[in-house]
Design a protein around this ligand. Structure first.
Ligand SMILES: [Zn+2]
Length: 421
């Protein structure tokens, strides 16, 4: 072996390796936010070893040989969560249909770039809520990140979504004789629902994504009711089959019976929900269902005065529902639908959440501890304390005074590795 030929080098390596494994990073933080209480501590040292926070406090002594990161003029907080991402979708999807014009391998490469953008923007964890026609590319991306092949956030994925023929996630506008792949899996029978959930589990899904209502074009503007997708007993079947594998269900649901049934039958989260009524919001509080509002993606790209009547009505309903949900104490996790908005811009919903009735601390909690709880990661990430993953970001200034600072992250560490400094 090489070792016998290079005995000296080998011995050196052997003596150095344990020290490398013990490599400690000491972050000198000017200010650190305790996201649970809102307390801000000044001049804190955070010791990071083996990807975890080992110790933190004012009086922590820095071991000899530690790598020191000077953030003494920065404000430090836990890495952020976006619990509604689409890393396999790009903002050009409307004009450049990815299913018709892009290969799945190409979309996976786009996903690699999107994952890097999310991480660099301080989003160290995402829940990617379906690949929208890129099949299992989200599983591949998650695994490649976990294996250290490419940089990216910690991911949970939903693979393909469940929808219905004639509803959302269909390829529309083509002649009936043209058979093309769809954005979601169109499950029109009990057998199809069961088989698809089992297939998704087999290929590595973390979540089942259910389209319990249609999309914006399906909203009846006269009474603002969304299209309910699936019968109540079909939604019950989705929950039952997912529960067999202990896999949670995220329901795209704007409101009406589709949303109510999803909450009542056990969805862990409701996505979008701009038309949720009081009965459903109250049931969410009672059952502990999370709401992921995705506020900004429903706004038009142009000035509000140029929005269509549909966009104006939806944004107005979203705002009112958000204020009611905050007042009632619904658990609101942070999610943006990024992919439909440019990758790396996940921070843009913070300002709307604060404008619509949250305090800056509540908005930060939404993107940290509450999101971590939604994803079952609250013992691993979402707060800075010994034993938790060293997912640490910094901004210049106090985001409790100016929430928009979260859009300009200056430092990103994930699992103890520095990606941005
Ligand atoms: Zn989405």
């Amino acid at each position: 072996m090489k070792c016998s030929a290079l005995l000296l080098g080998c011995l050196l390596l052997l003596s150095v390796s344990p020290a490398l494994a013990q490599q400690v990073t000491a972050i000198q933080a000017g200010a650190v936010l305790d996201v649970r209480t809102g307390r801000v501590d000044r001049d804190v040292v955070i010791l990071v070893r083996d990807g975890l926070i080992e110790a933190m406090g004012k009086d922590v002594s820095v071991p000899l040989g530690s790598e020191v990161v000077d953030l003494s003029d920065q404000f430090v907080l836990p890495g952020l969560f976006d619990t509604h991402s689409h890393l396999l979708i790009q903002p050009d999807y409307a004009s450049n249909n990815p299913i018709l014009y892009k290969s799945v391998p190409y979309r996976a490469i786009e996903g690699v770039a999107a994952a890097r953008d999310a991480l660099m923007a301080g989003f160290t964890t995402v829940r990617d809520l379906d690949s929208e026609g890129a099949d299992w590319a989200d599983v591949a991306l998650r695994d490649a990140i976990n294996n250290g092949l490419v940089p990216g956030p910690r991911m949970q994925v939903a693979t393909r979504s469940l929808s219905i023929t004639g509803g959302y996630m269909n390829q529309n506008g083509l002649a009936p004789q043209i058979d093309v792949p769809q954005y979601g899996f169109l499950a029109d029978s009990d057998d199809a629902i069961v088989a698809e959930i089992r297939r998704e589990v087999k290929y590595g899904t973390d979540w089942i994504k259910l389209y319990a209502t249609g999309t914006t074009r399906h909203i009846n503007l006269e009474d603002m009711t969304p299209l309910p997708q699936f019968e109540r007993d079909e939604i019950a079947l989705v929950m039952q089959e997912a529960a067999r594998f202990r896999i949670p269900v995220a329901a795209h649901a704007y409101g009406g019976p589709g949303a109510y049934n999803a909450v009542d039958l056990g969805a862990r989260s409701i996505e979008h929900g701009m038309l949720l009524d009081d009965r459903t919001l109250d049931l969410m509080v009672q059952k502990g269902t999370f709401w992921v509002p995705t506020l900004s993606v429903y706004m038009g790209d142009d000035a509000p005065e140029d929005w269509s009547a549909r966009t104006t009505a939806i944004v107005s309903a979203h705002r009112k529902t958000f204020a009611r949900a905050v007042e009632k104490g619904v658990r609101i996790a942070y999610g943006t639908d990024v992919g439909a908005i440019p990758h790396g811009e996940s921070a843009r919903d913070f300002s709307y959440m604060v404008a619509y009735g949250m305090t800056p601390l509540q908005a930060i909690q939404s993107a940290t501890v509450v999101s971590a709880e939604l994803m079952g990661l609250d013992e691993i990430a979402g707060a800075l304390q010994p034993g938790m993953a060293a997912d640490i970001i910094a901004v210049e200034g106090n985001p409790l005074e100016d929430i928009s600072l979260l859009g300009s992250v200056t430092f990103v560490m994930k699992d103890g590795v520095v990606y941005r400094q």
